[in-house]
Design a protein around this ligand. Structure first.
Ligand code: NAI
Length: 403
Protein backbone atom coordinates (compact mmCIF):
# COMPACT_ATOMS: atom_id res chain seq x y z
CA UNK A 1 0.00 0.00 0.00
CA UNK A 2 1.42 3.39 -1.02
CA UNK A 3 0.87 6.37 1.25
CA UNK A 4 1.96 9.85 0.33
CA UNK A 5 3.62 11.78 3.13
CA UNK A 6 4.02 15.54 3.23
CA UNK A 7 6.84 16.84 5.36
CA UNK A 8 7.44 20.42 6.47
CA UNK A 9 11.01 21.46 7.33
CA UNK A 10 11.45 24.83 9.04
CA UNK A 11 14.39 26.91 10.40
CA UNK A 12 16.89 26.38 7.52
CA UNK A 13 17.56 22.71 8.12
CA UNK A 14 20.58 21.46 6.11
CA UNK A 15 19.53 20.83 2.47
CA UNK A 16 20.71 17.22 2.70
CA UNK A 17 17.56 16.43 4.75
CA UNK A 18 15.31 17.51 1.91
CA UNK A 19 17.41 15.54 -0.60
CA UNK A 20 17.24 12.36 1.44
CA UNK A 21 13.50 12.66 2.08
CA UNK A 22 12.71 13.40 -1.57
CA UNK A 23 14.80 10.40 -2.62
CA UNK A 24 12.37 8.37 -0.50
CA UNK A 25 9.42 9.81 -2.39
CA UNK A 26 8.23 12.15 0.37
CA UNK A 27 6.93 15.57 -0.58
CA UNK A 28 8.93 18.22 1.27
CA UNK A 29 8.15 21.90 1.84
CA UNK A 30 10.67 24.30 3.33
CA UNK A 31 10.39 27.41 5.48
CA UNK A 32 13.67 29.17 6.21
CA UNK A 33 12.46 30.67 9.49
CA UNK A 34 10.86 29.58 12.72
CA UNK A 35 7.05 29.88 12.39
CA UNK A 36 4.90 31.15 15.23
CA UNK A 37 2.43 28.93 17.07
CA UNK A 38 -0.44 30.44 15.10
CA UNK A 39 1.24 29.88 11.75
CA UNK A 40 2.13 26.28 12.60
CA UNK A 41 -1.43 25.54 13.66
CA UNK A 42 -2.68 26.75 10.29
CA UNK A 43 0.07 24.98 8.30
CA UNK A 44 0.23 21.60 9.99
CA UNK A 45 -3.05 20.05 8.78
CA UNK A 46 -1.27 19.52 5.41
CA UNK A 47 1.67 17.60 6.89
CA UNK A 48 2.34 14.24 8.46
CA UNK A 49 5.82 15.11 9.72
CA UNK A 50 7.49 18.29 10.91
CA UNK A 51 11.21 19.07 11.10
CA UNK A 52 12.38 21.87 13.37
CA UNK A 53 15.63 23.09 14.95
CA UNK A 54 16.03 24.62 18.38
CA UNK A 55 13.95 27.81 18.02
CA UNK A 56 10.52 26.48 17.06
CA UNK A 57 8.45 25.80 20.16
CA UNK A 58 6.08 22.85 19.84
CA UNK A 59 3.42 23.63 22.40
CA UNK A 60 0.51 21.62 23.76
CA UNK A 61 -1.79 23.86 21.75
CA UNK A 62 -0.02 23.03 18.47
CA UNK A 63 -0.22 19.32 19.23
CA UNK A 64 -3.91 19.63 20.10
CA UNK A 65 -4.55 21.08 16.64
CA UNK A 66 -2.43 18.51 14.78
CA UNK A 67 -4.19 15.23 15.39
CA UNK A 68 -2.94 13.62 12.17
CA UNK A 69 0.73 14.58 12.73
CA UNK A 70 2.77 11.37 12.80
CA UNK A 71 6.28 12.48 13.76
CA UNK A 72 8.43 15.43 14.79
CA UNK A 73 12.13 15.64 13.97
CA UNK A 74 14.33 17.97 16.03
CA UNK A 75 17.24 18.54 13.64
CA UNK A 76 19.53 19.36 16.55
CA UNK A 77 20.64 17.79 19.82
CA UNK A 78 18.25 19.19 22.43
CA UNK A 79 14.52 18.54 22.50
CA UNK A 80 13.29 20.84 25.27
CA UNK A 81 11.61 23.09 22.67
CA UNK A 82 9.06 20.27 22.22
CA UNK A 83 6.28 19.36 24.67
CA UNK A 84 7.57 15.80 24.83
CA UNK A 85 5.01 14.28 27.17
CA UNK A 86 2.09 15.75 25.28
CA UNK A 87 3.48 14.55 21.95
CA UNK A 88 3.83 11.06 23.36
CA UNK A 89 0.25 11.16 24.61
CA UNK A 90 -0.79 12.18 21.08
CA UNK A 91 1.27 9.26 19.66
CA UNK A 92 3.82 11.54 18.01
CA UNK A 93 7.39 10.28 18.40
CA UNK A 94 10.07 12.95 18.53
CA UNK A 95 13.42 12.17 16.93
CA UNK A 96 16.69 14.09 17.34
CA UNK A 97 20.34 13.60 16.39
CA UNK A 98 22.28 13.27 19.64
CA UNK A 99 25.49 11.90 18.22
CA UNK A 100 25.93 13.57 14.83
CA UNK A 101 28.25 16.25 16.19
CA UNK A 102 30.40 14.11 18.44
CA UNK A 103 33.36 13.89 16.04
CA UNK A 104 33.38 17.71 15.82
CA UNK A 105 33.74 17.94 19.61
CA UNK A 106 36.47 15.29 19.66
CA UNK A 107 38.50 17.13 17.00
CA UNK A 108 38.18 20.43 18.88
CA UNK A 109 39.52 18.80 22.04
CA UNK A 110 42.54 17.39 20.20
CA UNK A 111 43.26 20.81 18.67
CA UNK A 112 42.97 22.42 22.08
CA UNK A 113 45.43 20.03 23.71
CA UNK A 114 48.09 21.04 21.20
CA UNK A 115 47.17 24.73 21.40
CA UNK A 116 47.42 24.71 25.21
CA UNK A 117 50.74 22.90 25.34
CA UNK A 118 52.25 25.38 22.84
CA UNK A 119 50.47 28.45 24.33
CA UNK A 120 49.36 28.98 20.79
CA UNK A 121 46.50 31.39 21.26
CA UNK A 122 48.56 33.72 23.49
CA UNK A 123 51.50 33.67 21.02
CA UNK A 124 49.19 34.35 18.12
CA UNK A 125 47.51 37.20 19.99
CA UNK A 126 50.93 38.77 20.70
CA UNK A 127 52.04 38.42 17.08
CA UNK A 128 48.82 40.14 15.99
CA UNK A 129 49.69 42.97 18.37
CA UNK A 130 53.25 43.24 16.93
CA UNK A 131 55.13 41.42 19.77
CA UNK A 132 57.76 38.83 18.67
CA UNK A 133 57.80 36.34 21.56
CA UNK A 134 59.98 33.48 20.27
CA UNK A 135 60.78 31.05 23.08
CA UNK A 136 60.59 27.32 23.78
CA UNK A 137 60.10 27.77 27.53
CA UNK A 138 56.84 26.24 28.71
CA UNK A 139 56.06 24.77 25.27
CA UNK A 140 55.69 21.01 24.96
CA UNK A 141 54.84 18.29 22.52
CA UNK A 142 51.76 16.26 23.40
CA UNK A 143 53.49 13.01 22.36
CA UNK A 144 54.19 10.82 25.39
CA UNK A 145 51.95 12.84 27.71
CA UNK A 146 48.95 11.41 29.56
CA UNK A 147 45.40 12.35 28.72
CA UNK A 148 42.67 11.66 31.27
CA UNK A 149 39.16 11.41 29.83
CA UNK A 150 36.23 11.75 32.23
CA UNK A 151 33.12 10.21 30.62
CA UNK A 152 33.98 7.53 28.05
CA UNK A 153 30.84 7.83 25.92
CA UNK A 154 30.41 8.82 22.29
CA UNK A 155 32.75 11.80 22.50
CA UNK A 156 35.21 10.59 25.13
CA UNK A 157 35.89 7.35 23.28
CA UNK A 158 36.55 9.19 20.01
CA UNK A 159 38.96 11.54 21.76
CA UNK A 160 40.68 8.42 23.10
CA UNK A 161 41.33 6.98 19.62
CA UNK A 162 42.48 10.29 18.14
CA UNK A 163 44.76 11.03 21.11
CA UNK A 164 46.46 7.64 20.93
CA UNK A 165 47.23 8.19 17.28
CA UNK A 166 49.14 11.32 18.36
CA UNK A 167 51.20 9.28 20.80
CA UNK A 168 49.42 10.17 24.04
CA UNK A 169 48.78 7.64 26.81
CA UNK A 170 45.07 7.55 27.56
CA UNK A 171 43.36 6.99 30.91
CA UNK A 172 39.61 7.18 31.39
CA UNK A 173 37.09 7.22 34.18
CA UNK A 174 33.40 6.46 33.72
CA UNK A 175 30.63 5.61 36.17
CA UNK A 176 29.51 2.82 33.83
CA UNK A 177 31.73 -0.10 32.83
CA UNK A 178 33.13 0.64 29.37
CA UNK A 179 35.24 -1.33 26.97
CA UNK A 180 38.66 0.37 26.75
CA UNK A 181 39.53 1.19 23.13
CA UNK A 182 43.08 0.76 21.86
CA UNK A 183 45.49 0.90 24.81
CA UNK A 184 43.33 3.17 26.97
CA UNK A 185 43.32 2.28 30.68
CA UNK A 186 40.32 2.40 32.95
CA UNK A 187 40.80 4.28 36.27
CA UNK A 188 38.78 3.21 39.28
CA UNK A 189 38.32 6.71 40.67
CA UNK A 190 38.22 10.25 39.38
CA UNK A 191 40.99 11.13 41.83
CA UNK A 192 43.30 8.49 40.38
CA UNK A 193 42.75 9.89 36.89
CA UNK A 194 43.30 13.48 38.05
CA UNK A 195 46.53 12.53 39.86
CA UNK A 196 48.04 10.91 36.78
CA UNK A 197 47.00 13.10 33.84
CA UNK A 198 48.81 15.95 32.07
CA UNK A 199 45.55 16.87 30.31
CA UNK A 200 42.07 16.28 31.69
CA UNK A 201 39.11 16.49 29.35
CA UNK A 202 35.49 16.27 30.54
CA UNK A 203 32.79 14.49 28.52
CA UNK A 204 30.02 13.83 31.02
CA UNK A 205 26.35 14.73 30.56
CA UNK A 206 24.46 17.47 32.33
CA UNK A 207 23.09 15.80 35.46
CA UNK A 208 22.56 16.93 39.08
CA UNK A 209 25.37 14.63 40.25
CA UNK A 210 27.79 16.19 37.73
CA UNK A 211 27.28 19.79 38.89
CA UNK A 212 30.62 21.09 40.19
CA UNK A 213 32.41 17.83 39.47
CA UNK A 214 35.60 19.89 39.25
CA UNK A 215 36.05 22.28 42.17
CA UNK A 216 39.15 23.61 43.98
CA UNK A 217 39.61 20.16 45.59
CA UNK A 218 39.73 18.28 42.26
CA UNK A 219 41.93 20.96 40.67
CA UNK A 220 44.42 20.40 43.49
CA UNK A 221 44.29 16.66 42.79
CA UNK A 222 45.47 17.41 39.25
CA UNK A 223 49.22 17.57 38.57
CA UNK A 224 50.92 20.96 38.85
CA UNK A 225 51.33 22.28 35.31
CA UNK A 226 48.47 20.22 33.88
CA UNK A 227 45.66 21.45 31.64
CA UNK A 228 41.86 21.24 31.88
CA UNK A 229 39.50 21.06 28.90
CA UNK A 230 35.72 21.30 29.25
CA UNK A 231 33.46 20.95 26.21
CA UNK A 232 30.69 19.08 28.05
CA UNK A 233 28.39 21.27 30.12
CA UNK A 234 29.10 24.56 31.88
CA UNK A 235 27.89 23.48 35.31
CA UNK A 236 30.47 20.68 35.54
CA UNK A 237 33.35 23.03 36.45
CA UNK A 238 33.47 25.63 39.22
CA UNK A 239 34.75 28.50 37.08
CA UNK A 240 35.92 30.67 40.00
CA UNK A 241 37.97 27.81 41.42
CA UNK A 242 39.51 27.25 37.99
CA UNK A 243 40.36 30.95 37.67
CA UNK A 244 42.15 30.80 41.05
CA UNK A 245 44.06 27.68 40.08
CA UNK A 246 45.16 29.29 36.80
CA UNK A 247 46.24 32.49 38.56
CA UNK A 248 48.27 30.50 41.08
CA UNK A 249 50.05 28.65 38.25
CA UNK A 250 48.93 25.23 39.48
CA UNK A 251 46.83 24.77 36.32
CA UNK A 252 48.95 25.65 33.27
CA UNK A 253 46.06 26.34 30.94
CA UNK A 254 42.44 25.62 30.17
CA UNK A 255 40.15 25.41 27.19
CA UNK A 256 36.52 26.06 28.04
CA UNK A 257 33.69 25.83 25.51
CA UNK A 258 30.71 25.72 27.87
CA UNK A 259 29.77 27.99 30.75
CA UNK A 260 27.32 27.92 33.67
CA UNK A 261 25.56 30.93 32.13
CA UNK A 262 25.78 31.42 28.38
CA UNK A 263 24.39 34.27 26.27
CA UNK A 264 21.07 33.35 24.67
CA UNK A 265 22.14 34.80 21.30
CA UNK A 266 25.16 36.26 19.47
CA UNK A 267 23.85 39.74 20.27
CA UNK A 268 24.26 39.39 24.04
CA UNK A 269 27.55 40.19 25.79
CA UNK A 270 29.48 37.36 27.43
CA UNK A 271 31.28 37.56 30.78
CA UNK A 272 33.38 35.07 32.70
CA UNK A 273 36.07 35.33 35.38
CA UNK A 274 38.38 33.46 33.00
CA UNK A 275 38.64 36.40 30.62
CA UNK A 276 42.13 37.86 30.34
CA UNK A 277 43.93 34.95 32.02
CA UNK A 278 47.09 33.50 30.44
CA UNK A 279 46.82 30.39 28.27
CA UNK A 280 43.07 30.13 28.48
CA UNK A 281 41.09 29.35 25.35
CA UNK A 282 37.48 30.51 25.54
CA UNK A 283 35.04 29.45 22.85
CA UNK A 284 31.30 30.15 22.53
CA UNK A 285 29.89 26.60 22.83
CA UNK A 286 31.09 25.66 19.34
CA UNK A 287 32.28 22.12 20.11
CA UNK A 288 29.66 20.56 17.88
CA UNK A 289 29.22 23.50 15.51
CA UNK A 290 30.59 22.45 12.15
CA UNK A 291 29.04 22.21 8.72
CA UNK A 292 29.80 18.49 8.73
CA UNK A 293 27.82 18.07 11.95
CA UNK A 294 24.86 20.01 10.50
CA UNK A 295 24.90 17.73 7.48
CA UNK A 296 25.15 14.62 9.64
CA UNK A 297 22.19 15.87 11.71
CA UNK A 298 20.16 16.36 8.51
CA UNK A 299 20.95 12.82 7.43
CA UNK A 300 20.31 11.24 10.83
CA UNK A 301 16.86 12.76 11.42
CA UNK A 302 15.80 12.23 7.77
CA UNK A 303 16.71 8.56 8.24
CA UNK A 304 14.62 8.40 11.44
CA UNK A 305 11.64 9.82 9.51
CA UNK A 306 12.14 7.24 6.76
CA UNK A 307 12.36 4.36 9.20
CA UNK A 308 9.30 5.45 11.14
CA UNK A 309 7.03 6.48 8.27
CA UNK A 310 7.88 3.59 5.96
CA UNK A 311 8.70 0.86 8.43
CA UNK A 312 7.22 1.81 11.82
CA UNK A 313 10.55 1.77 13.69
CA UNK A 314 10.78 4.21 16.58
CA UNK A 315 14.36 3.55 17.65
CA UNK A 316 16.02 6.81 18.67
CA UNK A 317 12.72 8.53 19.58
CA UNK A 318 13.23 10.47 22.80
CA UNK A 319 9.64 10.31 24.10
CA UNK A 320 8.40 6.99 22.84
CA UNK A 321 8.81 3.24 23.36
CA UNK A 322 11.68 2.24 21.06
CA UNK A 323 11.03 -0.54 18.56
CA UNK A 324 13.53 -1.50 15.85
CA UNK A 325 11.76 -3.52 13.18
CA UNK A 326 12.77 -5.66 10.23
CA UNK A 327 10.98 -4.91 6.94
CA UNK A 328 8.95 -7.91 5.79
CA UNK A 329 8.26 -8.00 2.07
CA UNK A 330 5.33 -10.43 1.91
CA UNK A 331 3.20 -9.03 4.72
CA UNK A 332 1.20 -5.94 5.60
CA UNK A 333 2.09 -3.92 8.68
CA UNK A 334 -0.22 -2.07 11.05
CA UNK A 335 0.98 0.23 13.82
CA UNK A 336 -1.10 1.17 16.79
CA UNK A 337 -0.49 3.42 19.76
CA UNK A 338 -2.78 2.78 22.69
CA UNK A 339 -3.25 3.67 26.32
CA UNK A 340 -1.31 1.16 28.36
CA UNK A 341 -4.24 -0.52 30.14
CA UNK A 342 -4.85 -4.19 30.97
CA UNK A 343 -6.65 -6.19 28.30
CA UNK A 344 -5.83 -3.99 25.27
CA UNK A 345 -3.67 -6.57 23.56
CA UNK A 346 -6.28 -9.34 23.82
CA UNK A 347 -8.96 -7.01 22.38
CA UNK A 348 -6.69 -6.22 19.43
CA UNK A 349 -5.81 -9.87 18.86
CA UNK A 350 -9.52 -10.75 18.88
CA UNK A 351 -10.07 -8.17 16.12
CA UNK A 352 -7.28 -9.70 14.04
CA UNK A 353 -8.50 -13.28 14.43
CA UNK A 354 -12.05 -12.13 13.64
CA UNK A 355 -10.89 -11.16 10.13
CA UNK A 356 -9.30 -14.56 9.58
CA UNK A 357 -5.91 -12.94 8.91
CA UNK A 358 -2.80 -14.64 10.15
CA UNK A 359 -0.41 -12.75 12.43
CA UNK A 360 3.07 -13.09 10.92
CA UNK A 361 4.81 -10.96 13.50
CA UNK A 362 3.96 -8.82 16.49
CA UNK A 363 6.12 -6.28 18.32
CA UNK A 364 5.11 -4.46 21.48
CA UNK A 365 6.92 -1.87 23.55
CA UNK A 366 5.31 -0.01 26.42
CA UNK A 367 6.01 2.67 28.94
CA UNK A 368 3.94 3.69 31.94
CA UNK A 369 1.38 5.53 29.78
CA UNK A 370 1.31 4.15 26.25
CA UNK A 371 1.91 0.97 24.32
CA UNK A 372 3.33 0.85 20.83
CA UNK A 373 2.17 -2.21 18.94
CA UNK A 374 3.17 -3.32 15.45
CA UNK A 375 1.39 -6.23 13.80
CA UNK A 376 2.39 -7.94 10.55
CA UNK A 377 -0.48 -9.78 8.85
CA UNK A 378 -0.63 -11.85 5.69
CA UNK A 379 -3.32 -9.84 3.87
CA UNK A 380 -3.35 -6.17 2.83
CA UNK A 381 -7.16 -6.14 2.58
CA UNK A 382 -7.49 -7.47 6.12
CA UNK A 383 -4.87 -4.95 7.31
CA UNK A 384 -7.13 -2.02 6.38
CA UNK A 385 -10.13 -3.61 8.06
CA UNK A 386 -8.11 -4.46 11.17
CA UNK A 387 -6.67 -0.93 11.41
CA UNK A 388 -10.10 0.61 11.10
CA UNK A 389 -11.54 -1.66 13.84
CA UNK A 390 -8.59 -1.11 16.18
CA UNK A 391 -8.99 2.61 15.69
CA UNK A 392 -12.49 2.41 17.14
CA UNK A 393 -11.29 0.96 20.46
CA UNK A 394 -11.60 3.53 23.25
CA UNK A 395 -7.99 2.81 24.28
CA UNK A 396 -6.57 3.49 20.79
CA UNK A 397 -4.71 6.75 20.25
CA UNK A 398 -3.45 6.32 16.69
CA UNK A 399 -3.52 3.47 14.19
CA UNK A 400 -2.25 3.32 10.61
CA UNK A 401 -1.38 0.79 7.97
CA UNK A 402 2.37 1.26 7.44
CA UNK A 403 2.51 -0.81 4.23
P1 NAI B 1 27.45 10.05 26.16
O1 NAI B 1 26.16 9.91 26.86
O2 NAI B 1 27.71 9.22 24.96
O3 NAI B 1 28.66 9.82 27.19
C1 NAI B 1 28.68 10.38 28.47
C2 NAI B 1 29.45 9.41 29.36
O4 NAI B 1 29.67 10.02 30.62
C3 NAI B 1 28.72 8.10 29.61
O5 NAI B 1 29.56 7.02 29.30
C4 NAI B 1 28.41 8.15 31.10
O6 NAI B 1 28.39 6.88 31.71
C5 NAI B 1 29.53 9.01 31.61
N1 NAI B 1 29.29 9.66 32.89
C6 NAI B 1 28.16 10.20 33.38
N2 NAI B 1 28.38 10.75 34.59
C7 NAI B 1 29.68 10.52 34.88
C8 NAI B 1 30.49 10.83 35.99
N3 NAI B 1 30.02 11.50 37.04
N4 NAI B 1 31.77 10.45 35.95
C9 NAI B 1 32.28 9.75 34.90
N5 NAI B 1 31.55 9.43 33.82
C10 NAI B 1 30.28 9.81 33.81
O7 NAI B 1 27.56 11.61 25.81
P2 NAI B 1 28.46 12.28 24.68
O8 NAI B 1 27.73 12.28 23.39
O9 NAI B 1 29.83 11.72 24.73
O10 NAI B 1 28.45 13.79 25.20
C11 NAI B 1 29.11 14.17 26.41
C12 NAI B 1 28.80 15.60 26.73
O11 NAI B 1 29.20 16.47 25.68
C13 NAI B 1 27.32 15.91 26.97
O12 NAI B 1 27.21 16.70 28.13
C14 NAI B 1 26.92 16.76 25.82
O13 NAI B 1 25.92 17.64 26.16
C15 NAI B 1 28.23 17.49 25.53
N6 NAI B 1 28.28 18.03 24.17
C16 NAI B 1 28.83 19.28 23.99
C17 NAI B 1 28.89 19.84 22.74
C18 NAI B 1 29.50 21.17 22.53
O14 NAI B 1 29.14 21.84 21.58
N7 NAI B 1 30.44 21.56 23.36
C19 NAI B 1 28.33 19.14 21.57
C20 NAI B 1 27.89 17.79 21.85
C21 NAI B 1 27.84 17.29 23.12
Amino acid sequence: MKTEFNILLVESIHPVARERLEEEGFKVDILNYSPSEEELISLLPKYQALGIRSKTQITENILKHSQHLLAIGAFCIGTNQVELRESRKKAVPVFNAPHSNTRSVAELVIAEMICLSRQLTDRSMKAHLGDWDKTATGSHEVRGKTLGIVGYGHIGSQVSILAESLGLRVLFYDVVKKLPLGNAKHMHTLEELLNKSDFVTLHVPEAPENINMITAKELKQMKKGSYLINASRGTVVDIDALAESLKSGHTAGAAIDVFPVEPASNKEKFKTHLQGLTNVILTPHIGGSTEEAQKAIGEEVAESFRRFLKNGSTSGAVNFPNVDLPTKKETSRIMNVHQNKPGVLSEINAIVSGTGANIEGQYLSTDEEIGYLVIDVNSSVAAKEIASSINKLSTSIKTRVVY
